[in-house]
Write a protein that binds this ligand. Structure first.
Ligand code: ATP
Ligand code: MG
Length: 390
């Protein structure tokens, strides 16, 4: 008898080759997430779930569960025991697992991979369910039970476990390809990146900063944010792009109300060049329609026109409170809350144009060496790598 954790896959509607790929990547991610806690050869499985074998005296179960909660692609996390294949063993383990729980109804669900076991799944459900309902004086409920006991009869062994902890859902990190996220130290862009990671995208981060004309705050904060987010994708790359010289050129040559849009269009262009270099298929921003003056639909359109790659805006329809709630859950909130020098407030008017005239923007850009700047910005950027666990 040994403790185990069983994790079930999310969105197993996927079929054929995709499903194999999904499972392989998910297994790899679970093993990475548990580096240093559980040896990778103790994590295995298939058939829509993995089994993690623990030591009888394992004392870091809470930490293991905590790590598993951040693995995208898992629908739930169940704690239980590996036991011999007998009704007596199922009964006594289920009794032990349920003993401190409060519940009025119970359901037992059995799966049999080994068809040699003398009872059918339904007969096992009835035998164990009958025993437990009598012991705890509760009723059987196959649809809406307070507690469910799962029994799995594998080839040599059996697993008995309860389902309780909800997994992160989504798709395994890395299976959807790469995106480049324009990341500031604010609340929104880290949450936007998280949303894309949850759909299986590997996020490459790009931050534009005005150091040394302003402090390093925004750089340090973005590094902290990328560190937090790397917990969900295990490996990250951050491009730090020095933006101040371009901004000075803009200030010298273009009218004030257009400047924020000119900065944004240049950010999008440089990010696109990085995306092509990294073989990423899309850009990501934290824009939310109407949240600030620079994010009117009209301005979003003018910024959008600067790139050919799709720009994903997972927060387009989210309110600030929803965004902040997620930022709290993923641990970026306290970092974003710190004051920082945003490159867009460096040399920028307080009230940018809310209804940009794209002809005026394009005309202003004829005064700047756009292609030269894109090239220089990317060439002058520094790249930093992050790893989790580190
Ligand atoms: P955030 O909280 O993400 O900073 P925000 O509400 O402050 O968003 P803006 O500052 O107008 O909005 O920025 C809109 C989007 O442009 C950001 O979500 C981000 O994707 C991108 N962006 C803004 N500043 C930077 C920067 N310095 N580096 C990289 N991307 C940026
Ligand atoms: Mg911002």
């Amino acid at each position: 008898m040994k403790p185990i954790i069983v994790v079930h896959h999310h969105e197993i509607g996927l079929k054929g080759k995709n499903r194999n790929y999904f499972e392989k990547q998910l297994l790899k991610n679970v093993r990475t997430a548990l580096t240093g806690l559980v040896h990778s050869h103790l994590i295995g499985g298939g058939y829509g779930r993995f089994v993690i074998s623990l030591e009888s005296n394992q004392n870091n179960i809470d930490e293991i569960i905590d790590k598993l909660k951040r693995v995208f692609g898992l629908s739930n996390i169940c704690f239980g025991m590996e036991v011999e294949q007998s009704i007596d063993a199922f009964n006594s383990i289920a009794l032990e697992l349920l003993k401190d729980k409060k519940f009025n109804s119970l359901c037992v669900r059995t799966k049999r991979a080994n068809k040699n076991f003398p009872l059918t799944s339904v007969e096992i459900n009835e035998a164990v369910g009958g025993f437990l309902c009598e012991k705890f004086n509760v009723r059987a409920d196959m649809k809406n039970a307070d507690e469910t006991v799962y029994i799995e009869i594998a080839n040599q062994t059996a697993y008995v476990y309860l389902s309780k902890i909800q997994g992160a859902g989504g798709l395994p990190a890395g299976i959807s390809g790469k995106v480049v996220s324009l990341t500031s130290a604010g609340f929104d862009s880290p949450v936007a990146s998280y949303r894309l990671m949850k759909r299986g995208a590997r996020v490459i981060f790009v931050h534009f900063h005005s150091f040394p004309y302003v402090s390093r705050n925004s750089i340090d904060q973005v590094k902290g944010i990328v560190g937090k987010l790397t917990q969900y994708q295990y490996k990250s790359k951050l491009y730090l792009v020095p933006f101040a010289e371009f901004q000075q050129d803009v200030v010298l040559k273009t009218p004030m109300p257009l400047r924020v849009l000119l900065y944004r269009r240049m950010m999008v262009r440089a990010a696109e060049k990085i995306a092509l270099r990294e073989k990423a298929n899309a850009l990501v921003t934290g824009e939310s329609v109407g949240q600030v003056a620079s994010q009117t639909l009209r301005n979003i359109r003018v910024v959008n026109d600067a790139a050919k790659l799709p720009i994903l805006r997972p927060l387009a329809g989210s309110d600030k409170e929803e965004i902040i709630q997620i930022a709290r859950e993923i641990g970026t909130h306290n970092i974003s809350m710190q004051p920082y020098d945003d490159c867009c407030s460096f040399l920028t008017p307080r009230n940018p144009d809310t209804w940009a005239d794209s002809d005026a923007v394009i005309e202003a850009e004829t005064r700047l060496d756009i292609a030269g700047w894109v090239k220089r910005l990317v060439e002058n950027s520094e790249v930093e790598e992050f790893q989790f666990p580190n």
